[in-house]
Design a protein. Structure first.
Length: 386
């Protein structure tokens, strides 16, 4: 494992006590995040420790009854919420959408309300909450006719190592040609290859996360007069079919492991393990099981494990492993907050400090740290055994 250091880093263990920059009193208390309550979207998934790009996934489920394709959509937003639970700002980060869907997504979020964030029982504002909105139709995975030739060209450019041309084409196809989220995922997987080849590991992992994203698919109801028949078995929870998903997830595992994203690597392996059991396909785990054994062995040793964190679009998600003590040092840029999302707890916000350590309480399980700050800011994040 790379970036393993000695235990000489200053130890400031806060056994279950977290520093918060926005405490309402002199007592240093933890800020509890807002909960989504109303709005124009059906809540499809609340982030509970999974390594997805965003903490919330909202879905507008609808049906298609047209001969011509209707573009599916995905948009990543960053919103600010005031102490009354009202949305005060909406920033578009990234996505896959047409103008109509983007307008619906922004408008729907602007009209949504939240249970306010609190500190010491008092309502407070909560800036910078990332959300993902998905609009998906009742289509089986497949490539549209308009995209086939261009996608073949993209594969050729990647194969010929013409990565600058390939990246330009991939982004153009996402903006103008791709219709389905299946196509979005395929192109994101090629962007993963491009970023790996051009030595951009953080961008590669983000693209890999996008390629293997889950929609937690809300099955849309098809109108009685629709000419489209839904094959429910082909309408997967992921954007990709099982075979493509398995290949893309194995790539994500390798990327996470290479970047010392230890918890994410273990999480991806667990998902692949469940897919292998359901599909009776042990090949999904080929070559990965020994690497997981090595990782678990490293996690049980005293040596700290370090990774470089880079804020893409001003944020980065880090899934914690079995280790509970975290350390931060080497800051370049500016980081505002650490949002902590655990399976058995509401979202919590911590202040970010350089040259700082804390312990995640043992009672909190399956936690993800979501760092927010200026785009491209970097620091070293260490996991300690004790």
């Amino acid at each position: 494992m790379n970036q393993i250091i000695s235990k000489g880093l200053m130890r400031i263990l806060l056994a279950g006590v977290f520093i918060c920059a926005h405490a309402a009193s002199k007592a240093q208390t933890l800020l509890s995040g807002p909960d989504f309550t109303l709005g124009g979207f059906k809540l499809a998934q609340v982030h509970k420790g999974e390594s997805t790009y965003d903490p919330y996934v909202l879905q507008r489920a609808f049906s298609f009854g047209y001969d011509e394709p209707v573009r599916e959509g995905l948009v990543d937003l960053r919103i600010s919420i005031n102490e009354a639970g009202k949305v005060t700002a909406v920033e578009v980060l990234d996505g896959f959408y047409d103008a109509a869907f983007l307008e619906l997504a922004v408008k729907g979020m602007q009209e949504s309300t939240f249970t306010p964030a609190t500190v010491a029982g008092a309502a407070v504002a909560w800036p910078k909450l990332d959300m993902r909105i998905i609009e998906r139709g009742a289509f089986a995975p497949g490539i549209s006719e308009d995209l086939k030739t261009e996608y073949t060209n993209l594969l050729r450019l990647v194969s010929d190592k013409k990565f600058a041309e390939a990246e330009t084409l991939a982004k153009l196809l996402l903006a103008t040609k791709a219709v389905y989220l299946f196509e979005y995922a395929l192109i994101q997987d090629q962007l993963t290859n491009i970023y790996i080849a051009t030595e951009r590991p953080h961008e590669a992992l983000i693209a890999s996360r996008n390629a293997t994203a889950r929609s937690m698919a809300v099955r849309p109801s098809v109108r009685p007069d629709s000419r489209i028949k839904v094959n429910d078995s082909l309408y997967t929870d992921e954007f990709l079919d099982l075979a493509s998903y398995g290949i893309a997830m194995k790539k994500r595992f390798v990327l996470a492991l290479a970047n010392n994203q230890t918890g994410e690597a273990l999480q991806v392996y667990k998902i692949l393990e469940s897919k292998a059991n359901v599909g009776n396909d042990p090949s999904l785990l080929a070559d990965l099981t020994p690497k997981v054994a090595e990782l678990n062995q490293a996690l049980n040793l005293e040596q700290p494990i370090g990774s470089t964190v880079k804020l893409i679009h001003g944020s980065w998600s880090f899934v914690t492993s079995t280790r509970r003590v975290m350390g931060i040092t080497g800051l370049q840029g500016s980081v505002d907050y650490i949002d902590m999302v655990c399976a058995n707890s509401a979202k919590k916000r911590l202040a970010f400090k350089n040259d700082f350590e804390w312990k995640i309480p043992d009672a909190l399980k399956n936690c993800t740290l979501e760092f927010q700050g200026n785009a491209d800011s970097q620091f070293l994040l260490y996991e300690y055994l004790n």
